[in-house]
Ligand binder design. Sequence first.
Ligand code: GLA
Length: 458
Amino acid sequence: MSENPPRCETDVRCNGRLQDLKRQFEKKFGESPHFYAHAPGRVNLIGEHVDYCGYSVLPMAVQRSILAAVSVSSSGTIELTNTNPQYKDFTVPCLEEITIDRDNPEWYYYFLCGVKGVQENFGISPLAGMRCVLDGTIPPSSGLSSSSALVCCAGLVTMEANQKSLSKVALAEICAKCERYIGTEGGGMDQSISFLAEEGTAKLIDFDPLCATDVKLPDGAVFVISNCCVEMNKAASSHFNIRVVECRIATKVLAKSKGLDWNRLAKLAQVQTELKASLEEMLALVDEALHPEPYNREEICRVLGVTAEQLCTDLLSANTQHVTHFKLYQRARHVYGEAGRVLRFKAVCDSEPSEAMQLLGDLMNQSHASCRDLYECSCPELDQLVDTCLEAGAVGSRLTGAGWGGCAVSMVPSEKVESFLRAVREAYYTHDSRRAAMEEQSLFVSKPGGGAAIFLEK
Ligand code: GLA
């Protein structure tokens, strides 16, 4: 794991794109960019909705990213432009306090999250003025983390423009924290892999402390991403935070059932640590201490001995105040089960048994079933797409990212990739005009890409 700030000379992968962006920058601002930064999106291979519970995840960066061209200016403003005309220009004075409007998740607020995170970390005031043109190739609202890549890119750009230096780990932690200004209580997976990714390898990401370990995927396994074309913007809905809250309450109820100091514990992994139990024992505890029927507010207050007001202020978040029922049993079962699958996936990759592909595929399929049935973060189109991918020759297929729409990731034997792509195209995209129009962006092979970096022009 590198402790150095991410910095390198011009990256060949970005070269054509970089030249186009440079031209656009010069046209817009009448000067040349001083530097460039890019931050990739990611695909999570396994370990869904467990990072904010304290468990490890296993993603890889995709070869799609946010690329920024930047100049430092004396204008006293931060000027943002996007190459996609759908995203409007935005300017903010450096002397003004940066505010993020949670009710209106416009594209530039993600950028401002990254700016604010770095500003607060160093106590910079005022910020250096800068001009940025941003270009994104990660399909938005698709579960590939386009928003976190924008936050990470902004964090890097702000660090460089203000002549500061941070390690990749520190940047990942700052960006994970500051993205919460937008209102979603994500874990740190997306920002961590965006910074810590390395070309050619997936990563096991552990939290507390943050650490990334290479995971060598089996030769002959190709990962294909396919978008179900249902958009999911996690900041614009409360699905995501409801799950975070359900896990938090499940943590407290489980901890209390075992006589632990439950007030102090907020993540399901902490209960396991306190009990020094295995994940199998945690699954048994879930069966014993929680019931499958949803819990209502009164029951939670009774079990924890808290008032209705305390429930609202201490356990619910701003956009989950309306929730009346909480599926604690199902959510906790998913989390402890999924945490175990991540460890088994890593163990199979490390030991490379002859049936590695089949074992990994089975784990991916179990993960999807658990996301669909216990965590309820899939949707009918995504389930249909996953089934289509399996029928088309994938050994394993599952939703990736937050869910409720967006992408599936499938593991396909290399010799079957061409026929797989043909079959999925035919079954899922060709006959639906809206999907067909999105197909080029929606069905692609991705190798593990490199992490976020700053590029200086040669
Ligand atoms: C989003 C969050 C991540 C993670 C995934 C689900 O991408 O930002 O932190 O929780 O959902 O695994």
